[in-house]
Write a protein that binds this ligand. Structure first.
Ligand code: MG
Length: 247
């Protein structure tokens, strides 16, 4: 039996985010934004690898020279500036929780508006950008696997609001040095699914390249020259596979 779907008026058919746009049209985006406090903080659960708890950048170094990370820490968050930073530890499969806030840059446009990024294994970027209100996010917008795969829907909050990424990442697989499965990523932004087991084609622009892709890599946060903030960054490492036993 076919699933019963909520009927939408014919004039909304085909309008991807038609209902949301209609709601916005009625209440007005600025008013909606003012009522939205942003995502509540999600501290690390027991057993997680805490990468940033708001106190210091001891778990991070500069990408360029492995020296202590230079981003400013204030009010429990870190602020982009002074170059990309990477975790000291390296990972393969994981679930990563990241909270971020884009700055208010009303006169900036496109890639210059609240740009940063979260890279898995230092190689593959999930874009961070102020793409708030854009009806159809593109391959350079927030939530994209940068320049490869756009977010399925626009789940962005306005600038100056805390947002969350929950990133489930499966590293590429190799057998005898030969690639047998490309990396895959599932991403929830503010609890909304925006990447659904997306296959990643290869290293994204500005990712760490030239290293053996079968080796673990760091989490990398991009400094794109905009004061994007981060807080509550933690990760749960995942085994590469479960048991093959059946009892
Ligand atoms: Mg970026």
């Amino acid at each position: 039996m076919a699933a019963i779907r909520t009927q939408r008026p014919a004039w909304l058919a085909g309008a991807g985010l038609g209902l949301a746009a209609l709601t916005w049209g009625l209440v007005g985006a600025p008013r909606a934004a003012a009522q939205d406090p942003g995502a509540p903080p999600v501290p690390a659960p027991p057993g997680a690898v805490v990468l940033f708890d708001g106190k210091n950048l001891n778990n991070w170094v500069k990408r360029a020279d492995n020296q202590p990370a230079g981003w400013k820490v204030e009010n429990g968050s870190m602020v982009g500036g002074g170059g990309d930073i990477v975790t000291r530890d390296k990972f393969q499969d994981f679930m990563l929780h990241v909270e971020f806030m884009t700055p208010d840059m009303p006169n900036a446009k496109g890639q210059g508006k609240g740009n940063s990024g979260v890279y898995m294994q230092g190689r593959y970027e999930i874009q961070v950008l102020d793409s708030y209100g854009k009806a159809q996010p593109g391959k350079g917008d927030c939530g994209a696997v940068y320049n490869q795969s756009a977010a399925l829907v626009n789940a962005c909050k306005p600038p100056l609001r805390w947002q969350t990424y929950d990133i489930i990442y499966r590293a590429p697989r190799f057998t005898d040095g030969k690639l047998t499965a490309k990396p895959h990523v599932t991403v929830f932004q503010n609890g909304i699914l925006i990447q659904n087991n997306t296959e990643i084609e290869g290293v994204t622009v500005s990712g760490v390249s030239g290293e053996d892709p079968s080796t673990p890599g760091p989490i990398l946060l991009q400094d794109h020259g905009n004061p994007v903030r981060y807080r509550n960054i933690w990760l749960i490492e995942l085994p590469k596979q479960g048991s093959d036993k059946y009892e």
